[in-house]
Design a protein around this ligand. Structure first.
Ligand SMILES: [Cu+2]
Length: 838
């Protein structure tokens, strides 16, 4: 059967603009798309095939109905001929046989001013804009080098810099943007998300001659022009007509959009009290919105899993027991991006509603309109140097005191149930829970028993903090991994799974289809989105490649299917009238046009992304490397050896297991030393390295599939003072490395499971040489991993590897031979040292 969208069927009008057809189903869609079109008049879209001239000023997105003739015909008035078209797009070949749909082709070249040929007003607009940009405030437009210093400061004091960026917009710029908008619209073909860079001067012809451009694989050299973040609106906008198109937070009518950073929740609370206050009110309101409303907390959370109904309109059939979310799939991180955006957008509208209807006194409203503009969903950085892995305090307080509406348009102090603490089900809808969770009436973390609504937050906090040093290193390794997107995405997902388990235990955070009801889920997942954004910024041009498809509510798959860049990310509807895909989020620069940035991927790079990768890499080194960083007395548990530039050996443990080995959620725990006798104490143990967690679903069995994860041993080894020769480390690990398994029971508790019974489990220790960067803008140089069988060969019955070959002959739970998919573990070579036998 066709799983075409119920939404797609509601498309009512098709608008044609300069030969480009956009399916739009509301005026809001249209207004939004039109604004975007305007902004990207001379943008370099993506994907494109290689070889187009850098001075291309007009791009055409190739739809399935296009062919070379229709495209040429469509752009005849701009002087396009068949021969010219092939010349502009050499990748198409001599006969245009290589025209690819869903790619952009170039249909017109010229300089920025030349683009004005068609519409007369354009020259003025473009010139005005360029002038405005050049004379725009220094912090953003000065030469790369000095701009960098300013930007670097922004990591720590993002607030100041951001606000400077937003308040110093000049009159001229605003005017230019507005007029450019009207005129440029006609010249654009791009409805897709693209970079906002546009040429300010005749661009260089030589493409990809510098190594720098190699990183941009299929993009021509980026051309510099700063698109300024406009001033924050000072008025409340009207409600969008279509509430279910995912546009992100903020005023969607501005072009370009006003972009505000998503902030660390701890900093948000401290630095922007009014915004934080409004956020609490909005979250509270959203949670209290009737479950029948698609923008209620219940429904937004429900998209992830239970109650397994279609969104935004119920009634569409789907795969039972599965939510829309993608896990154990290469589209894990990309699916969650529009998800967080949709959630943020809903929250923003609730906040706007509060400001509009409840804070009506002029001075109060004015204050909250300003606060609203900065309202973005915050994140919880669980590997932060200062807060470490501790739970944010605001998630652990049952009550919170805020300034609420006083009923007369003003505000007054009130103490309310803290919406960051838990979500309380309104009534019968908590019948959505199965098995050990039956009867749960509020979300809880690490409860006594799964169905208990009482959180034991201290346990969650301690469990998180106990493997902080390992998590921090894992985070650094994931963010600096440069091999492939898929490798990064898998590292990120496994790192994320451990957080789910440490926070949730046997509670809902530990199971996929229920997790999203816990408010901490959203803070956690926003950090996942941030990690994705940082990695993308540091690795431009690296995109996900197809991998095994995983079913979800709207997606039925057969064994040979793949999840790839074009897989629809149901149920998220894109402003272009189609479903969001990973293609729409593959380039990090698109986030700014949806109204948000991060301290490490700041809004002020909009339009000038040349140094973004350096900036992001530096931010990673600043935030998560323990090399060359100031020591924090009494806090950081790791002895911070200054290893910059030195060749050090890092030790890792690699685990392979069938995610379906056990029905429910289970974790493989890794310890250096014997674990406590009481499994309940495993999580707080100082011997714990970390876990590989496979999240379960009480409603349906997991699909049998091998999963892999690499966990660094170095931080705990060094905390324990273990050092020495390779042989000495091998001996230490042979003696002290232990792994066990804990599973969540169907009754709602946890119990250990004997790893010797796990047919698919394979554990291998590896070492690799790493040279930590001396330059903060560089990534560590990592050597190939060597297998160190001496550490595991005596534990063969528990899955310990005795040969490298065993890693290539892994089995599924049922005993069938299966290979671990590519890009899950690092390339592992034979050891050249003692201990191996091959
Ligand atoms: Cu998650």
């Amino acid at each position: 059967m066709t799983r075409t969208s119920f939404l797609a069927q509601t498309v009512v009008s098709v608008l044609s603009l300069n030969g480009v057809v956009h399916a739009m189903d509301s005026e809001a869609d249209w207004a939004f798309a039109a604004n975007h079109l305007a902004k990207r008049a001379i943008a370099i879209p993506s994907p494109i095939q290689k070889g187009q001239p850098a001075n291309c000023i007009l791009w055409k997105y190739v739809e399935s109905t296009d062919n070379c003739n229709t495209i040429v015909k469509m752009h005849k008035e701009n002087g396009l001929t068949g021969a010219k078209f092939l010349e502009l797009n050499p990748a198409l070949g001599n006969d245009c046989g290589n025209l690819k749909k869903n790619f952009y082709v170039c249909v017109q070249t010229g300089t920025a001013a030349g683009a004005a040929k068609t519409p007369a007003a354009k020259t003025t607009a473009t010139t005005a804009k360029t002038t405005a940009t050049t004379s725009a405030k220094e912090t953003k437009t000065t030469a790369t080098t000095s701009a960098k210093e300013t930007k670097t400061t922004a990591t720590t004091s993002a607030k100041e810099t951001e606000s400077t960026a937003t308040t110093s917009a000049e009159e001229t710029e605003t005017t230019a943007t507005t007029s450019a908008k009207e005129t440029e619209t006609t010249a654009t073909t791009s409805a897709k998300e693209t970079k906002t860079a546009a040429p300010a001067e005749p661009p260089a012809e030589e493409e990809e001659t510098e190594d720098e451009d190699d990183r941009h694989a299929d993009n021509p050299p980026a051309v510099k022009l700063t698109t300024k973040n406009p001033e924050a609106p000072t008025k409340l906008e009207e409600n969008e007509d279509d509430q279910y198109v995912v546009l992100g937070a903020g005023d969607t009518n501005l072009s370009p959009r006003f972009c505000a950073p998503r902030r660390n929740i701890v900093n948000l609370q401290k630095e922007l009290p009014d915004t934080f206050n409004l956020l609490v009110l909005a979250l509270d309101k959203m949670m209290k919105t009737p479950d029948t409303d698609a923008l209620s907390y219940f429904q937004m959370s429900g998209v992830h899993g239970a109650p397994f109904i279609s969104w935004p309109k119920p009634g569409e059939k789907g795969n039972s027991g599965l939510g829309y979310c993608s896990h154990n799939s290469v589209i894990f991180a990309t699916w969650h991006r529009p998800y967080i955006m949709a959630y943020e957008q809903a929250l923003y509208r609730h906040a706007r509603d509060i400001v509009r209807r409840l804070f009506t006194k002029p001075e109060v409203q004015k204050k909250y309109i300003a606060a609203l503009q900065q309202l973005r969903w915050p994140y919880w950085d669980w590997a932060d140097r200062i807060n470490q892995s501790n739970m944010p305090k605001v998630t652990m307080d049952a009550k919170i005191t805020v300034m609420g509406p006083d009923g007369q348009g003003g505000e007054r102090k009130v103490t309310i149930a803290n919406p960051f603490y838990s979500y309380v089900f309104k009534g019968p809808e908590n019948t959505i829970f199965k098995k050990g969770f039956i009867g749960l009436n509020a979300t809880s973390r690490r409860p006594e028993i799964s169905s208990s609504s009482v959180s034991v937050n201290e346990a969650a906090d301690n469990a998180m903090q106990s493997n902080y040093i390992t998590r921090r290193k894992q985070t650094y390794n994931a963010l600096t991994s440069t091999t492939t997107f898929n490798y990064f995405a898998n590292s990120l997902e496994k790192l994320h799974n451990d957080v789910h388990m440490q926070v949730g235990g046997n509670g809902i955070m530990g199971v996929i289809p229920y997790a999203a009801f816990d408010p901490v889920f959203w803070l956690h997942h926003n950090n996942i989105d941030r990690m994705l954004a940082i990695w993308q910024a540091a690795n431009p041009g690296k995109y996900l490649t197809p991998d095994t498809a995983v079913p979800s509510f709207m997606r039925a798959v057969s064994p040979d299917d793949k999840d790839d860049l074009n897989t629809p990310l149901y149920p998220w509807k894109h402003p272009n009238g189609k479903w969001w895909t990973s293609n729409d989020v593959k380039d990090v620069t698109t986030i700014w046009s949806y109204g948000y940035g991060y301290p490490e991927v700041p809004c002020y790079f909009q339009g000038d992304t040349n140094t973004l990768d350096d900036f992001a890499t530096e931010a990673i080194n600043n935030a998560y490397s323990d090399t060359n960083t100031p020591k924090i007395k009494g806090r950081a548990a790791v002895k911070q050896a200054t290893t910059a530039g030195q060749n050090v050996t890092e030790w890792d443990i690699n685990i392979i297991v069938d995610q379906a080995e056990l029905y429910s959620t289970f974790s493989i725990y890794v310890f250096l030393g014997n674990p406590p006798a009481d499994p309940k104490k495993w999580d707080m143990s100082s011997q714990k390295v970390s876990t590989m967690t496979l999240l379960g679903n009480p409603d349906v069995p997991k699909m049998s599939k091998l999963e892999g994860m690499t966990i660094p041993l170095g931080p705990l080894l060094s905390q324990k003072g273990v050092k020495g020769t390779e042989k000495e480390i091998q001996d230490y690990l042979a003696k002290y490395l232990v792994w066990t398994c804990l599973s969540v029971t169907e009754e709602g508790g946890t119990k250990p499971y004997d790893v010797k019974l796990m047919k698919s489990l394979k554990v291998a220790v590896t070492s690799r040489s790493v040279i930590m960067p001396t330059n903060m803008k560089a990534k560590p140089r990592v050597g190939k991993a060597k297998i160190q069988t001496a550490a595991t060969k005596d534990k063969a019955k528990s899955g310990g590897a005795s040969t490298l070959a065993e890693l290539a002959h892994t089995k599924l739970k049922g005993g069938a031979e299966a290979h671990l998919r590519q890009d899950v573990l690092p390339d592992i070579q034979n050891t050249t040292v003692t201990g191996g036998k091959f």
